[in-house]
Structure formats: C-alpha cells, structure tokens
Design a protein around this ligand. Sequence first.
Ligand SMILES: N[C@@H](CCC(=O)N[C@@H](CS)C(=O)NCC(=O)O)C(=O)O
Length: 211
Amino acid sequence: MLALYYFPGNASLLPHMMLREIGAEFELRLVDRDQNAQKSADYLKLNPNGRIPVLVDGDLVLFETAAIALHLADKFPEAGLAPAFGTRERAEFYKWMIHLTNTPQAEYRAWFYPYEHVNEEAAAPSVKQAAERRLNRMFDVISEQLGDKTWLLGERFSAADLFLLMLIRWGRGMPRPPRSLPNLGAFAERVLARPAVQKAFEAEGLKAPLI
Ligand SMILES: N[C@@H](CCC(=O)N[C@@H](CS)C(=O)NCC(=O)O)C(=O)O
C-alpha cells in the first residue's frame, strides 16, 4: 500500500505527479497546513522534521522529496521515469535530481520562509530579496542548460522534468518568474500538457495561473 502525505502545491506535488505517471494505486492524505498539522505529534512520527511530503510504502516511511522520487522511479522501472542504471543518462538524471533538490529547492526555502534565517524580523525582506537574486541566477543556468532540448535529458522524459516543473511553478509570483525565461516557459507547457500531470493538478485543486 502506498500513501502520500501532501498539501496542495507543496513539494508533495513531485511524487504525486510521478504516482499518476506510474498509474500506481495510492492514497492521498492531506496534511492540513492551515492547522499546522505538519508539526502535530502524529505527523512528527512520520517526519521528525515536520515537513511535507512523506511517502508510506508498506512498512517503509520516507521523507525527503528527492529520496521519495528516486524510490518511486526505482520501484516502478516500467514507468520509465529514470534511465537504466549505470548509463550516462542515469548519471545525468542523478545530476539534475540532486541539483534541483539541493540548489533551487533549498533556495526556495529561504524565499518562502526568510524569517527562519534571521534574528530580527526586519531583516527578513532583505533575506528574501537575496534568495530571489540567487534563484534568478539558478534559473538562468537551468534555462541555458535546457537550451532547445525537449526535456532535461534530451529526447527522454524523466522525473527530473516533473521536478523542474514544480520549481518553475513555485516562482510564479516572482517579479521575474522562471516561466518568463526563453526555454523554461515552453518547457513547462510541455510538462503541463501531460495527462498525468493534469490529473495531479486537478486532484490537488490547483488553479490558474499554474506556472
Ligand atoms: N527537504 C525537504 C523540504 C520539504 C519542505 O520544505 N516542505 C515544505 C512544503 S513545500 C513544508 O513542509 N513546509 C511547512 C513547514 O516547514 O512547516 C523535502 O524535500 O522533503
């Protein structure tokens, strides 16, 4: 039995889109952030960090979005969300998964939660601005690396593309949203056109603007 603890639009969106791509049976369990449920005693038993998502796979309880994504890709190889082990493409896949999780995703944490990085509340806007500047540079590089390729790995779609879509979406409220970069807007539309992605967005009740 697979169960995904989620909140609409949160990092849980990546494993959610993957589960839809895979066509696996799973249960979606809402973590009610409006009630701060991610910090409840019950949820902390699943993820002591109090963050979303968590995947329960039988008696395996996993936190960390990228770990969950890699596990799903490995568990359902027939879905083709990751290239074959030991190949050059697999190495490129790891590069993107690790880069996306520890560089832009981590930077978004400072952008969304700047107060976690300051002692004086008054400094939070400055932290947010600096995070935004760094995110802009990161997306410039990603856009350049993507170039005119269809997907991050070239002709081959993978979970890394779903990851990038989620990160593009998170910046939709920025003065210079990632979708406005030459290659990223068209890329995001391509990912959004996938029926599995549409199902995930619909199930989470995500409304326009989607990116
Ligand atoms: N590195 C963690 C970060 C997860 C994370 O920051 N999740 C956010 C939602 S996107 C969250 O739980 N925020 C609520 C909180 O921190 O209380 C992961 O990738 O799973």
